[in-house]
Design a protein around this ligand. Structure first.
Ligand code: HEM
Length: 450
């Protein structure tokens, strides 16, 4: 069944609800059909709201290629990196980058994750109030920069500058998606700030690549992997400009997604103390009073379910665009070449006929006996098909280690001054302002590891 979202405004279409209340708007669309037409200004775009249709889009990346408003705007920041390149470049790039995300590499990166989470949780004072999302963004960026460039001298001030530049660039990508072309290059203060942020990012990454090339040392980090990787088919590796685009893409893909998911998880747990108690019992049993590490991840199934449920209920990536490269049928509708299709996890993950009581935060819905046959395409927070997130295991490892280490010694109370609406005009779905008071707890050491 196809349908149209109601009440597009003249000129702007559905841009207003997409900018102001994006998640609520996208979650409401399945009421109008399985494939819903919305208007991005005057341009029609189609949102698949059924698992089968999302799967059809994600598994046919030749026809539903990267493109459309999001990736056109993101291109200025990430160039032709893995996440934004067209299908014709994708397979080669993916082959070259995949080795950096193998199981044994993630084990190596986990040591950085442990160290950084340990540092953060030790810096907290009993009773302190944290502005959660920015604090977790700092943590995420420190982990990303250290796993990418262990062998470089990236100073504390550079990490801060990279974070600020990303914030400006990311905000601008989303804002300009909804802005007429003509307004984007006016010499306004915001546009000048954006230009400076991009120059800073490009220069810093360029300098780091030169340092690596000159030293010729393999530091065992992501950058060393990118520099040394060679395509088995062609025998050719990535040149400096390709490495640059990959580094910026990876930093961008990781910088806010993991923090957003962790922030929503802490929020949900702070509201449901019985879930927090269960989580802490598991962590106390397995982690036993130390920092969680790589070897604990598989032994923390409840922690994993908490994260997965946060990804379902509050998917960090909320809108990705595609453009059809040829005429194609979708839900019985003919889409001609050049049509914009929007892939949006919230449009499916909030459907009551796909997930029982979808608005409830229920980590146990992911128990194998309760989800024996979740239809393919129903959970797409990491995407799907050939363009599925390359960092999914990296992210899960980071989130499990971080959450387990945080709840091991801290309780979290959500303060009423928090603003839990989804931030508007944000690249990821995160709470606008989540204020948590942290209170010290003593891990129970009575239980022993099973
Ligand atoms: C909770 C954390 C994360 C979430 C929810 C997430 C989500 C996603 C989604 C939905 C896509 C597909 C986008 C599309 O189809 O247009 C994607 C792609 C990608 N992600 Fe992630 N991501 C996360 C963390 C990471 C991390 C930590 C990294 C890297 C260290 C990363 C790197 C990438 C890259 C490079 C792609 C493009 C893959 C390709 O096109 O082959 N992501 N991610």
């Amino acid at each position: 069944m196809t349908g149209s979202a109601p009440r597009p405004l003249p000129v702007v279409g559905h841009l207003w609800p997409l900018m102001r209340r994006p998640i609520e708007f996208l979650e409401s669309l399945s009421t109008y059909g399985d494939l819903v037409e919305i208007r991005l200004g005057p341009t029609p775009a189609y949102v698949p709201c059924h698992p089968t249709l999302i799967r059809q889009v994600l598994t046919n990346d030749r026809t539903f290629d990267k493109g459309g408003l999001l990736f056109e705007r993101a291109g200025a920041v990430v160039g032709n990196g893995l996440g934004s390149c067209p299908h014709s470049h994708h397979r080669r790039q993916r082959r070259l980058i995949q080795p950096a995300f193998r199981h044994e590499r993630i084990r190596h990166y986990a040591a950085v994750m442990e160290d950084e989470v340990d540092g953060l949780t030790h810096s907290w004072q009993d009773g302190q109030v944290i502005d959660t999302f920015p604090v977790l963004c700092d943590l995420g960026l420190r982990i990303s920069t250290r796993t990418l460039f262990t062998g470089s001298t990236v100073s504390e001030s550079e990490i801060t500058n990279i974070r600020d530049s990303f914030e400006i660039a990311l905000h601008r990508i989303v804002k300009t998606m909804f802005m007429p072309h003509g307004l984007q290059n006016l010499p306004t203060a915001a546009n000048r700030r954006y230009k400076r942020a991009l120059e800073y990012l490009h220069e810093t990454v360029g300098r780091i690549i030169s340092q690596y090339r000159e030293s010729g040392v393999d530091h065992g980090d992501l950058m060393s992997m990118l520099i040394s990787s060679t395509d088995e088919e062609s025998g050719v590796g990535l040149d400096d400009s390709e490495i640059h685009d990959q580094v910026v893409s990876l930093l961008l893909a990781a910088s806010e997604t993991v923090p957003a998911c962790l922030a929503w998880a802490l929020h949900s747990l702070s509201l449901q103390p019985e879930l927090m108690t269960r989580l802490q019992e598991e962590v106390d049993t397995v982690v036993q009073g130390r920092t969680a590490h790589w070897g604990d991840v598989e032994a923390l199934p409840y922690t994993q379910r908490v994260i997965t449920e946060s990804l379902r209920r509050h998917p960090p990536g909320w809108l990705f665009t595609r453009v059809t490269t040829e005429g194609v049928e979708l839900a019985g509708r003919h889409l001609k070449a050049g049509t914009t299709v929007i892939f949006s996890p919230p449009a499916v993950q909030s459907r009551a006929d796909v997930f029982d009581r979808p608005r409830e935060y229920d980590p146990d819905r992911w128990l194998r006996e309760r989800t024996p046959s979740a239809p393919r395409g129903s959970f797409t927070s990491f995407g799907g098909g050939a363009r599925k997130c390359i960092g999914d295991n990296f992210a899960m490892t980071e989130m499990v280690i971080a959450l387990a280490t945080m709840v091991r010694t801290w309780r979290f109370e959500c303060l009423p001054r928090s603003d839990l609406r989804t931030a508007s005009l944000a690249t990821v779905n995160h709470p606008r302002r989540l204020l948590l008071r942290v209170a010290k707890r003593t891990p129970s050491l009575a239980s022993s590891r099973p």
